[in-house]
Structures are given as C-alpha cells and as structure tokens.
Ligand binder design. Sequence first.
Ligand SMILES: [Zn+2]
Length: 455
Amino acid sequence: MTTMTNSSPLETIYLKDYQPPTFLVESIKLHFSLQPERTLVTNTMRLKRAAETSTKQPLRLDGRQLELIKVTLDDQLLAADQYRVDQESLVIENPPAKFTLEIVTALNPKGNTSLEGLYASGSMFCTQCEAHGFSRITYFPDRPDILTCFTTTIEAPQKEFPVLLSNGNLIDQGTLADNRHFAVWQDPFKKPAYLFALVAGQLTTLQDSFITASGRKVAIHFHVEDQNRDKCAHAIAALKKSMRWDEEEYDREYDLDLYQVVAVDDFNFGAMENKGLNIFNSKYVLAQPESATDNDYEAIEGVIAHEYLHNWTGNRITCRDWFQLSLKEGLTVFRDQEYGAQAYPGGGRRIREVRRLRNFQFPEDAGPLAHPVQPKEYVEINNFYTCTVYEKGAEIIRMLQTLLGVAFLDLRVYAIQRVHIAKMLLQLLCFYNYIVSGHFVSTSSRANLRPWIKS
Ligand SMILES: [Zn+2]
C-alpha cells in the first residue's frame, strides 16, 4: 500500500504475544446487496479448528460498526444466548471442529467516514481493507495469517452502479428483478482479508492485454471516470513494463487472467495493491503531456510498479502479522527501486532515493517517532506506514543483498519456503535493527557481521 490514515481502539499489541490462529477459514462466500445507506452482507464461511487448538477454545471473529442480523451454524439459526457480540467481536463458545457459518450483517457505507471497510463516496462504492478494514465489512478473523479463497457476489441497481468489481476472475453476471444486476468474482488464490476489494459505480473501462513469458494472455482493465479516459496510456504502458520486468528479473509471472486498476478521485489513500484489483487515487494514474510534468510521469510509473510488484511480495508471499509489515513494504520498495534503476538509468533516481531517505527517514530515526523496522509493539498499526518501515526497510534488504549476493532474493525459493525464509529475513532485520539503532552500519561492522550471517 502507498500511504495511509488512521483510526481504531487503544490497546497495545505486543509481538511477544503472537499466537497462531485457533480456527482456519477454508473458504468464504460473500454476497453484497449494495445500497448506500443500508448494505446487506451475507458471509458464508467454511471453518475448521486448527490442529493444535484445544476443544475448549471459542471461535472469536473480529467485527466493528456492524449491525448483526443473524448467525446460522450448519443450517441451525443460533439464538441470542448461543453467541456473544460486542463492539469488536463475535464469539461462539464450543463450536464443532468443522462447520459452516453464515452471518448476515448490515452496514451503512454512506455513513462510514472512517474510509476503512466499505464506504460510499460520490456515486461510488469503494473499499479499503489494509490493515483492519475488513472487520468493518463482516465478522472474520481479520489477521494476515488467515488466508482463504474468496468468492464474491455483488448485487446493485444497474443504472446507478453499472460496473461491479471484486478480486480475481469474473465467473458470472446477469440481471435481476427491480432493475438490479449482479456479478460474481472468484479469486482462486488464497489471500488475507486485507487484500479484499470491492468497487461499484459508473466507470469507463479501458482494455488492453499482456502476454506472459509462458504465453498466457492476461486482460488488463483500467476503470476510470469517463472524462479521464484519455489519460491512462502512460500508466497502462508502465504496468506492462513492470509485468515484463518481474518476469525477467525475478522469474515471477502474473498469475490471474485479469489485472484490474481502478483510478478514482474518491479513493483517499495513495494506492492499494488488492489482489488483482488495485485501487488508486487518480493522481497516481492519470497523465497527459499537456498538463503533467516529467516528475508526474516518473511518479506514476513508480507507484504502478510498486503496486504491481506487490502481487508477489505481499500478496502471494504475505506477512504472518503486522509486525512484519516491512517484509512486504521494505522488500517491495526495494524491488520498485530496482525497477526504477532500470527504467530510469544514469543514477539520478538513486540519488533522489537517498536524498529522500536523508531528508525524511533520518529525522524520523533521530526524533521522538523513532521506531525499529520491525516494531515490538503498537497501539495503531496504521501509524507504522512510515519511512522507516518502507525506505529504511528497503535499504536493509539492499544491504543484505550486497552482503549475501543476489541469489538471496530468489523469489522462486522464497515462494516455496516462505515461512523458513521469512523467519530468516526477520532474524536478519531484527539483528540489523539492533546493530544500527538509527544509523546505518559501517563497512567495518559489516565485515564483523559476515560470520553471523553465514551461520
Ligand atoms: Zn506497498
């Protein structure tokens, strides 16, 4: 993700308290009946108790600002005394080892001014789920180590919301009574809830395509407001360049049949890498020679590449918990910097990156907001989308690559041995954090680190 704002409860979360999930979500089917002031969400999940979980452990699902309408467990409607619900969660005591849970909730997208979860803005519905926005949409274990396959049905009035989008591939669509229509999206890859996305509104779709290294055709759809249809050529070209670059440099091919980008003024964050459906604020997509500067063109290419490169570093290879934020952001910034070095050769870009580091990250590290790349605790994770986590994290990856050689970032191995390598990277990050504590490590101490890294 690129830039954030915040909200949420005041409770300190500690890394040392991490516990593996007690229940796993095998699959989730979501049905949205969209109305600006009262949207109904039906969430049907297949859940199972994790092997190491004791049978006494209740099921606890996160959920905020939701109106709970009903809960059904294996087709049995639960009475109010069979679950507990409060401001933050829904708890079911003694659930079976394996079961289907259907939860119906209502929410008010128009009244959602937090801009997390599902919100209505202007004539659009839009979502933002990183870091914990999904729990404003439905009850779910909203943590990055819960990955599941999403199938999403969206239903809305056809005239006001002709375009209905979610992650993955479109598998069905049609019309309904009362001038409504629907679309069904299926994402075949497991993903954490923070990568879920939904967009509905009046958008114009620009179509292009990309042939992958193995010869697969990927459709590219850019959805924009109609008056912006002539301003996407640069962003589409940049996307295709990044797709090719990731194949050539990291042997990473795009994995779905469709890659979608939505660019709207109503998206308050910079850009978000939702799986197969990136959402951008228009300023990071739209450009035409009459009004955009060279810097605008370069910035658009940078953000498009960053969000695309997340498809592997972040989306397919994701974080265990939010303390690992830099494992996706630092690593992806490093990768987009490497992309930029090739797209804009000559070294000027690298000088600007270092300048940015010195002008923003160094003061952060020298001031009251100093924090490690991997924090040990947080009250609000949205406050950690910082230069330290992003840019310093990227520099640490760069140092590791210098020390360990290019092969250390072999994403083929990384994808297969995610847990093992993530652990190793983390240990290295922690160690570097400890050593550098605000300063970059000197050449002599690098030499001292070598034996430790080798071991
Ligand atoms: Zn990012």
